[in-house]
Design a protein around this ligand. Structure first.
Ligand code: VGL
Ligand code: ZN
Length: 196
C-alpha cells in the first residue's frame, strides 16, 4: 500500500511565518485534493524547543542562514521557527487534517537538527516513522510539503534508504533555494525516486 507523507506544512514555513518558503501556501489546495486518494495519510511536524541549537539566536555573533559546525555536523543557522506550542508550529489552518492518522514530531532534541521525518541529521535517533509505515503494510510513500530542498528532500532520501519506493510530488512542494532544489531532485532521481 501507498502512504502520503505531509512534511512540515506549518505556519512558520508559510508566507507570514518566520522561515517562510516562497509560494508555500500555493501547495495547500493540491495537498488537500490529494489526501482522499490515499489509504493512509501521515504528517510530520518540526517541533523545536525554544532554545534549539539550529537557531541563529542561540549563537551570538552568527548570522541567520550562516553555516557552522554543531557537534561534528554541518548546521545552517535558521531564524527561530516551529517552537513547540506556538502558532508558528501549528499546521496551516487551511490544511485538511481529518485524514491524518499519525503525526511524527522531529527536531525535539535541542542539540541536533532533524530535517528528515525518519531520523535526526546524525542518523542517531529514529522517530519511529519507518517502523510505523512497515507495520501498516506500506511499501511506497509519496512525499509533499515544505521545504522541497530540506525536509521533504531528506525525508525522501531516508525513505529510499529504508527500502520504500518513493514518489516526490513536485507540484505539492516549494523550495527555499532553487539551486538547492535542482541538486536535491537530481540526487533523488539517481537514487531511484520518481519525481512526478
Ligand atoms: C525545515 C529548515 C529548518 C523544513 C525545518 O521543514 O524544511 N527547514 N527546519
Ligand atoms: Zn526546523
Amino acid at each position: 500500500m501507498t502512504a502520503l507523507l505531509l512534511i512540515d506544512i506549518q505556519n512558520d514555513f508559510l508566507p507570514g511565518g518566520s522561515l517562510a518558503v516562497a509560494g508555500g501556501n500555493e501547495i495547500l489546495p493540491l495537498v488537500n485534493q490529494l489526501q482522499p486518494r490515499y489509504e493512509l495519510v501521515v504528517a510530520t511536524q518540526d517541533w523545536h524547543p525554544a532554545r534549539h541549537q539550529s537557531f541563529a539566536s542561540q549563537h551570538p555573533g552568527q548570522e541567520v542562514f550562516s553555516q557552522i559546525e554543531l557537534h561534528g555536523l554541518p548546521q545552517t543557522l535558521w531564524p527561530d521557527h516551529c517552537v513547540q506550542g506556538t502558532t508558528g508550529a501549528e499546521f496551516s489552518a487551511e490544511l485538511h487534517q481529518n485524514r491524518i492518522e499519525a503525526i511524527f514530531r522531529k527536531g525535539t532534541s535541542p542539540e541536533i537538527d532533524s530535517y528528515s521525518g525518519f531520523f535526526d541529521n546524525g542518523h542517531r535517533k529514529s522517530t519511529g516513522l519507518a517502523d510505523y509505515l512497515r507495520g501498516r503494510g506500506v511499501q511506497e510513500v509519496h512525499v509533499c510539503g515544505l521545504a522541497a530542498d530540506y525536509c521533504v528532500f531528506f525525508s525522501a532520501l531516508d525513505a529510499l534508504q529504508e527500502g520504500f519506493r518513493v514518489v516526490f510530488l513536485e507540484a505539492a512542494t516549494r523550495a527555499i533555494s532553487a539551486e538547492g532544489y535542482q541538486q536535491a531532485r537530481q540526487q533523488l532521481e539517481q537514487r531511484g525516486a520518481r519525481v512526478q
